[in-house]
Design a protein around this ligand. Structure first.
Ligand SMILES: [Zn+2]
Length: 349
C-alpha cells in the first residue's frame, strides 16, 4: 500500500536520484522541482546549462536503445513501478531525463513559474492487489487519493497544431508477497519503443510536418487511469490529435507476429497495419477477450487510436516471470521499427 507519505518520500528521494546525474539541463531541474508544489521539498542543486557538455549529453541519450530502457526500468531498484510508488517515481525521473536530454518540448502541466513541464499530475485511488487465475491484478479502492504523473514531450512539426501521439504506459504492478513484478514486456517494452522512435526522429534532424508527442501513462494497470485523466484534462485541445499510436507488451513471442486493438480498422489502425507490412511484420486486428489498453481512452473521445501488441502478449503477463528473459530482442526491435514507420507515414505528410 502506498500513502501520501510514501509519495512525499518519493519526492525527497528524487534529490538522491538526481545527485549522480550531474549532466542534467536546468530545465530538467525545473521539472523535478515542479513536482514538489506542496509540500515544498529542497532538491540538490544541479549545474547550470553553461556548465554542461550538452553535446556529449545529447549524444549519450541518442545512443540508447529500447533494450537499454527495458533493462533500466526492470531493475529491482524500481520495485515493479506500481503507480504512485517510489519505484514509479524513479521511472518518471528516468523518462524526464531522457526527454530533456533529447531536447523534447515539455507538453505536461505548467510549472510554478508558468513554463511548461513534462509532468501531467493527477490523482489515483489506493489499489488492492489480488491474484486472479495466477495473474496479479490491481483493483482501485475507495478512499484516499494519491498523486501520479503522466509524462509528455514533443518534437514540434511545421503544422504544430496537428498532433500524432505515440504512447505507452510506464507503470506496472509493483511487489506482491515479496515477489517483484518487473513488467519487462508489460510495459517497459512499449516505453522503450516510444523512446527509441523519438531518439531516431531527433537524430534525423528533419522537422516533421505534424507535431509528434511522446506520452508515458501512469496507472494503466488500475484501469487506464492515466490516459483517462489526460483526456479529461488535456494539455492541448483533443481535436488536434490526428492519430494515437499506443504500444503495450510488444517485446515477446515470434519476431514479426503482432496484433492490433482498435474499434475497427480506423485510420490509425490502418497506418499501423501498413507500417507492420513495410517492416516485414504482420499486425491485424485481434480480439481483446475482455482486456484493453490506453488507446481506449482516446477511442471513447472519437479519436482514431490503436494499440500495437505482440500476438503472444498474454504469455507470463502479470507474473514475476515477465522479466527481460521473456523478451525476444528481434521482436522488440521490430516493434520500434513498426512504430517508427507509422510515425513517418502519419507525421511526415
Ligand atoms: Zn498490465
Amino acid at each position: 500500500m502506498q500513502t501520501r507519505r510514501a509519495f512525499i518520500k518519493l519526492l525527497c528521494g528524487l534529490g538522491a536520484v538526481a545527485l549522480p546525474w550531474t549532466g542534467l539541463p536546468r530545465r530538467l531541474q525545473g521539472s523535478l522541482e515542479s513536482w514538489a508544489v506542496r509540500p515544498p521539498v529542497k532538491f540538490v542543486r544541479l549545474p547550470a546549462e553553461e556548465e554542461l557538455d550538452l553535446k556529449g549529453l545529447v549524444a549519450a541519450h541518442l545512443e540508447r536503445t529500447a533494450w537499454d530502457d527495458v533493462n533500466f526500468l526492470t531493475s529491482p531498484d524500481l520495485g515493479g513501478r506500481r503507480a504512485g510508488s517510489v519505484g514509479e517515481g524513479k521511472a518518471a525521473g528516468y523518462l524526464i531525463q531522457e526527454m530533456a536530454g533529447l531536447g523534447l518540448v515539455p507538453m505536461g502541466s505548467p510549472k510554478q513559474d508558468g513554463k511548461p513541464g513534462f509532468a501531467h499530475a493527477f490523482t489515483i485511488p489506493e489499489a488492492a492487489a489480488t491474484v486472479v487465475e495466477r495473474r496479479l491484478v490491481l483493483r482501485p479502492q475507495a478512499g484516499l487519493k494519491i498523486p501520479a504523473l503522466n509524462l509528455l514531450g514533443a518534437v514540434p512539426g511545421e503544422r504544430a497544431q496537428e498532433i500524432i501521439m505515440i504512447c505507452a504506459h510506464y507503470d506496472h504492478l509493483g511487489i506482491y508477497q515479496g515477489k517483484l513484478y518487473p513488467g519487462a514486456n508489460d510495459n517497459a517494452s512499449g516505453v522503450g519503443c516510444v523512446l527509441e522512435v523519438m531518439r531516431r526522429l531527433v537524430r534525423e534532424e528533419i522537422k516533421p510536418k505534424r507535431t509528434v508527442v511522446a506520452a508515458f501513462w501512469s496507472a494503466e494497470e488500475m484501469g487506464f487511469l492515466g490516459s483517462q485523466a489526460f483526456v479529461e484534462n488535456p494539455r492541448f485541445p483533443l481535436e488536434r490529435l490526428v492519430a494515437v499510436f499506443n504500444v503495450d507488451t510488444v517485446g515477446n513471442g515470434p519476431a514479426g507476429d503482432f496484433m492490433l486493438w482498435a474499434d475497427g480498422l480506423n485510420s490509425a489502425a490502418k497506418v499501423m497495419a501498413d507500417a507492420a507490412a513495410q517492416a516485414g511484420a504482420s499486425a491485424s486486428l485481434g480480439p481483446t477477450n475482455g482486456h484493453n489498453s490506453d488507446h481506449i481512452s482516446f477511442a471513447r473521445k472519437g479519436i482514431p487510436a490503436v494499440t500495437l501488441l505482440s500476438r503472444s502478449w498474454l504469455v507470463k503477463n502479470h507474473t514475476p516471470e515477465d522479466d527481460a528473459n521473456l523478451l525476444n530482442r528481434d521482436q522488440l526491435k521490430l516493434a520500434a521499427e513498426v512504430l517508427y514507420r507509422a510515425v513517418k507515414t502519419a507525421a511526415f505528410r
